[in-house]
Design a protein around this ligand. Structure first.
Ligand SMILES: [Zn+2]
Length: 164
């Protein structure tokens, strides 16, 4: 994806208030990130261990779209192997978490949310490119090319964002 500024990111959130978007934690090293290797940017909030954020440039909408997520950090032994629903990487316990996003607009104000299992560190882009290796040391052998895997991951991500 192309690089985003802090302002782009704060303006991209679809499921939080303007005030929340202004206050939430945004990484400070945006200028140093390898954006070419990212299909989306995901990060955790160091001040709130149950919060993560995800922003992607939606090619089909021509704008960045961000969502605020919540998750229950997995307890040891609680989750066994599980698979990220975006990049299909499998991780041992704790490596995948159920991320929930409050829905945008009125549905969210009524308390509705949507959830999906994702890599807890939201580093799907790096797992796809073998820049990061899951703790298990492997990904499922894929017959698809990297481009096809990226397209599939983005398709899965857009599907999730559409539900938000
Ligand atoms: Zn993933």
């Amino acid at each position: 994806m192309k690089s985003l500024t802090e302002q782009d990111i704060r303006g991209s959130f679809v499921n939080c208030s303007k005030g929340e978007a202004k206050r939430l934690f945004v990484p400070r090293d945006l200028g140093e990130l390898a954006w070419d290797d990212l299909d989306f940017l995901g990060w955790r909030d160091p001040g709130a261990p149950d919060r993560s954020y995800l922003v992607t440039e939606r090619a089909d909408q021509g704008r960045p779209v961000g969502v605020a997520l919540r998750f229950q950090p997995a307890r040891r032994g609680f989750l066994h192997r599980s698979m990220c629903s975006l990049c299909l990487t499998t991780h041992p316990r704790g490596g995948v978490s159920l991320m929930t996003a409050r829905r945008a607009g009125a549905a969210g104000r009524e308390g509705n949310s949507v959830g999906a299992y994702m890599c807890t560190d939201l580093a799907c882009s790096l797992y796809l490119r073998d820049r990061k290796v899951p703790d298990s040391g492997m990904r499922i052998e894929e017959s698809l090319t990297l481009e096809e895997q990226i397209a599939r991951t983005l398709g899965n991500l857009y599907g999730f964002l559409d539900k938000v």
